[in-house]
Design a protein around this ligand. Structure first.
Ligand SMILES: *Cc1c(COP(=O)(O)O)cnc(C)c1O
Length: 394
């Protein structure tokens, strides 16, 4: 048993667990008892693998970025999750969870979304399976993210505005939880990252672990070795990173680097650099590290990238950080935007601003020319074009 993977009690070191209201216990417990055996079923694996191949377009390529490699003096490979159907890694998880929901006999799917990326990935798999879909989204986010709202509606999802509090992601999460409490029998709640009560962090990590499973095989074919010197990924809640790290956490020769969003800077008051500022506590059902005030109020995070704008990290990341297995760093808005523009100009690939944060860290590393580096390119930048244009004044 790996000391970096979840134990039978649902913990990663001191982090994880299921801190939930009594009313949610039956829903979460049903999932906990069944998820491992369902995922192992032959029919589940066959359908999961065939959808990943024929619907998502996997395996995603592992691309040796030659001009980027020359620039930094290392062999830099990009794991191209940006080429997946719907444009990011999130679909790996929603496909897995929709198949699980079907096998649990659920007829109705709910989800929360901030920028709308997870909402779109959820609405997509509900259309694919003909299941009812309700996506909770803050009223403010609905205004800010009109194209994603349109996508969800076109797929047949109902988008419900959360009108309480700051009318953003955390309020949408509260509404989704309330819905799940009221509809425990027929409804499955698809969480979009490696957060939430056990078994969500482990379940989502397992669905995303296809990223490192493929990387090992692809790297072996290309270089003769399945282990690179470094793997890098950006961290919001931490699902693309968890997938990129999954099959490498016990390979101590592989250095793990996770990049958080520093926003305007870690000391600016406008940041999402959780491991720099965070303290241990409970958020969204699990014990982890989160940004909070002295008296335990969650601090509103900020990042130019909507997908990294989260005040916590998943419990596995809290453990990789605390145990020293992973190096947790951060990149500012400015560093990420420059790295995104640079990748576009060097390789003809426009990355999601989230992924640009991982790329930005390359600038701070020192290579001797021989190292192999894999960067998880979690998503494509089409959704961010307006942001890039405004930022650079094109
Ligand atoms: C949502 C998102 C992220 C952040 O979520 P994680 O769970 O941390 O992976 C990163 N990149 C892209 C492209 C996203 O859409």
């Amino acid at each position: 048993m790996s000391k970096y993977q979840v134990n039978e009690k649902g913990y990663y070191g001191p982090f994880g667990g299921a801190y939930i209201p009594e009313m949610l216990y039956p829903n979460v417990e049903e999932l906990r008892q069944q998820y491992l055996s369902i995922i192992k079923e032959k029919s589940f694996q066959e359908e999961f693998q065939s959808l990943l191949r024929d619907y998502v377009g996997r395996p995603s390529p592992l691309y040796l970025a030659k001009r980027l490699s020359e620039k930094y003096g290392a062999n830099i490979y990009l794991k191209r999750e940006d080429l997946n159907h719907t444009g990011a890694h999130k679909i790996n998880n929603t496909i897995g969870q929709i198949l699980l929901a079907e096998r649990l006999g659920k007829k109705r799917i709910i989800a929360e979304t901030g920028a709308g990326q997870h909402g779109v990935a959820t609405a997509t798999v509900c259309a694919l399976k003909g299941l009812e879909c309700v996506v909770y989204m803050g009223e403010v986010d609905i205004e800010r993210q009109a194209p994603n709202v349109a996508r969800m509606k076109m797929m047949g999802a109902q988008v419900v505005a959360a009108k309480s509090g700051s009318r953003t992601l955390k309020d949408a999460t509260n509404e989704a939880l309330r819905d799940w409490i009221n509809n425990p029998v027929d409804t499955h709640y698809i969480i979009g990252s490696v957060v939430g009560p056990h078994p969500y962090p482990d379940m989502v990590a397992k669905f995303q672990s296809i990223i490192s499973e493929e990387t090992k095989r692809q790297l072996k074919e290309k270089t003769g070795k399945s282990n690179p010197d470094y793997v890098l990924a950006c961290v919001g809640g931490g699902s693309n990173a968890a997938g990129m790290f999954y099959h490498y956490v016990d390979e101590e020769d592989v250095k793990i680097i996770a990049v958080e969003a520093a926003g305007h800077g870690v000391d600016s008051g406008e940041t999402a650099a959780t491991t720099v500022l965070g303290k241990e506590g409970v958020l969204h059902g699990s014990r982890s590290i989160l940004m909070q005030t002295e008296d335990g109020q969650v601090i509103e995070p900020y990042s130019i990238s909507a997908g990294l704008d989260y005040p916590g990290i998943g419990p596995q990341h809290a453990w990789l950080f605390k145990s020293g297995r992973g190096q947790y760093v951060s990149a500012t808005d400015e560093e990420a935007m420059q790295a995104g523009l640079q990748l576009t100009r060097l390789e003809g690939i426009i990355p999601a601003i989230e992924s640009s944060h991982a790329l930005a860290h390359l600038e701070k590393m020192n290579f001797d020319g021989s190292e192999t580096v894999v960067v998880c390119l979690s998503g494509r930048g089409d959704k961010d074009l307006d942001n890039y244009m405004k930022y650079f004044g094109f």
